[in-house]
Each structure stands twice: as C-alpha cells, then as structure tokens.
Ligand binder design. Structure first.
Ligand code: HEM
Length: 326
C-alpha cells in the first residue's frame, strides 16, 4: 500500500472513530462519577498500582480480563460472576486473572460511595491504568457502564478468538463487536505484555517418534522456536508459561510488531497478521512508529471498552462483583 493510501486508510478510521464516540457518548460520559464518586478513578489507579508493584504480572492480567469481559455479553463484568457454568468456568477463561484486583478496588469504593460504581467500569478503568503503568499511553475513557445479570459458560466459545483462527475468522468475529481490521491489529498489540501457557502455542510444534518436539509451523523463526522448545519441552508441566514478548514482556511498547516482522509472533493468530498485505502494512507502520501505535491504541481501546455496554435501566450496579444483587 502506498503511503498516501495508508494515510487515507487511517484518516477514514479516525473519522469512523469520531462518529462512534459521538454515538457512544449518548450512554457513557467522561467524568461520569465526578459528582457521585469523585475518588473512584483514584482508588482504582492506586489499587492497580499497589498490586502491580508487588506482582508485575498484574497489568497483563487486567488487560486480558477486559478483552474477555467485553467480547462476551459486552463490557458488563459478566466475567466476574462466580457460580456453576458462569463464563469463568469455561476453559477459554481458565487462565484469565486479575479478579482480585477488581474485587479489592470495588471493596474500597463501596466504603466511599456504596452502590454507585459498576464493576464493568472498574474493569475498564483498571485495564486502562494497567497499560499506563506498564509504560503505555495514558488515556481517558468514558464511564457509566452497568453490570450485567447473565454469565454463561456456553457464551464464551462462540465469542472468544482462538489462536487457531484464520485472519478471516478473526476479522469476522471482531466485526460482530463493531471492531475493524485496524482494531484487530492495534488491539493484538496487547501481546506486547504478559505471558502464555505452553499449551497455547503447542499447535506450532509436533512430536517426533522419540517424543521430542519439532517445529511444524515454518513461519516461526527457527532460533525463537528453539528457545520456545527449551522452555516448553514435551510433557512440560501445564502451569509453565513463557513471555509473550521475549525481550520486554513487562513494558507496553511496540515490540510486539517488531517481533512479528522478525517472525517471532508467539501465537499462530499473531503470525497471520504479517501473512496478509493489508495487515502487514499496519504491522510495519506500528513497528516503525511507537507513537502511531499509541495514538491508535487510544482509539481502539476506547472502542473495545464500549462494546455492548449496558446503560439506563438495563443491568444494575453490583454490590459485590462476584454476584448479582438479587
Ligand atoms: C486477536 C485474537 C487474540 C487471541 C487469539 C488471543 C489469545 C491469547 C492467548 C492464547 C493468550 C495466552 C493465555 C495463557 O496461556 O495464559 C493470551 C494472552 C494475553 N492476551 Fe490475548 N488474544 C487475542 C487478542 C487479545 C486482545 C484484543 C487483548 C487485549 C486488548 C489481549 C490481551 C492479552 C494479554 C495482555 C495476554 C497476557 C495475559 C497474562 O499475562 O496473563 N489479547 N491471548
């Protein structure tokens, strides 16, 4: 794609984004809690800060948590609900974490402003703060989400992307959430932080007759594949994890895109972003220009955190994030 076409593509995306924000503002607003709970944002930020200072894996967990919450039933904290057959019990959510951070922030907020701040807003703001704390862009997001009443394990599979998905399958699923191809490339940049279990990229390797792993997916850099096979040999404990970004896994930067170009995308669903011309060009842009990635992140994150939000009379403000009020 020529530079001019690329610029036009990004300009159209911004225009779309602008109209989207105007639409969303009807139900959500900036500083929604300014009068009803002015300390909410500060409490959430302090909580994320304090948890992250003792456990640096927290930002990655919170960022994945918002993605899995928003894609199933919208951004409504349905993923926080505990019980038989709730979203948490689906295997697709087994390794999602960060719940204790949200619960902790909610407990403090309930003391200052009971029944006012939704768990859905806490999840969105905590993920926003997590990115900032990890060195990413500091952004404002509108609030006013309400908490959902439905959480079903059976809703998870059809709504969460699997690492085996093709580009078309990912684009289609994102489109059902109102997210574009550009959003897919930008939001996948979240894999610049955090970790993954060996099982999540096992499909890129096969076992030889002696049970030794061999690289099956030749799109993966062979040196990187060697490192992964050392970290995740055949028969490895299921709890073993590797860094998504082998170099700066705790820093929210544009290394994800540089890794992709070096054929070091951890998941098959990461690597496909460079096998398609229209996404590869975006990957190159973000790999070359971190500011451009950050600007786009602000827009796409805003869109992600407004997927299917509940407002007005729909839903409720939960007292405890783990259960509905009734
Ligand atoms: C586009 C398709 C995507 C696929 C197929 C995918 C898949 C995965 C998988 C398999 C893991 C590893 C889980 C584990 O083994 O513990 C992971 C981790 C992660 N994902 Fe994604 N993901 C996608 C998009 C996203 C998006 C849009 C975000 C957020 C905006 C995100 C944020 C994360 C983060 C931060 C981690 C690390 C979690 C941690 O450290 O605990 N992912 N993802």
């Amino acid at each position: 794609m020529e530079t001019r076409t690329r610029t036009l593509f990004l300009a159209i995306s911004y225009l779309f984004m602008f109209s989207f924000v105007c639409f969303v503002k009807g139900s959500l607003s900036f500083n929604f809690y300014a009068a009803s709970c002015p300390s909410a944002e500060l409490i959430i930020r302090d909580t994320v800060n304090s948890f992250s200072s003792t456990d640096p894996s927290i930002p990655g967990k919170l960022l994945r948590l918002v993605f899995h919450d928003c894609f199933v039933e919208g951004c409504d904290a349905s993923l926080m609900l505990q019980g038989n057959n709730t979203e948490q019990s689906d295997p697709g959510n087994r390794s999602v974490g960060g719940f204790s951070v949200i619960d902790s922030a909610k407990r403090v907020i309930e003391k200052f402003c009971p029944g006012t701040v939704s768990c859905a807003d806490i999840i969105a703001m905590a993920a926003r703060d997590a990115v900032d704390i990890a060195g990413g862009p500091r952004i404002m997001i509108p609030t006013g989400r309400r908490d959902g009443m439905i959480s079903l394990a059976s809703n998870v599979r059809p709504n969460i992307v699997d690492t085996s998905f093709s580009m078309d399958e990912m684009v289609q699923l994102f489109a059902t959430k109102g997210l574009s191809l550009l959003d897919l490339v930008v939001l996948s940049g979240a894999h610049t932080i955090g970790t993954a279990h060996c099982s999540s990229f096992r499909d890129r390797f096969e076992e030889d007759s002696r049970g030794k792993l061999m690289l099956a997916d030749k799109t993966l850099d062979s040196d990187y594949a060697e490192v992964l096979m050392e970290q995740c040999p055949s028969g490895v404990q299921p709890s073993v994890k590797v860094n998504n970004d082998p170099q700066t896994s705790l820093v929210f930067d544009n290394m994800y895109y540089q890794n992709l170009l070096a054929h070091k995308g951890l998941f098959q669903s990461d690597s496909v972003l460079i096998s398609n011309d229209s996404t590869r060009i975006l990957v190159e842009d973000f790999a070359n220009d971190q500011d451009l990635f950050f600007q786009n992140w602000a827009q796409s994150f805003l869109k992600l955190t407004t997927v299917g939000v509940k407002s007005g009379d729909v839903g409720e403000i939960r007292i405890s994030c783990a259960s509905t009020n009734a």
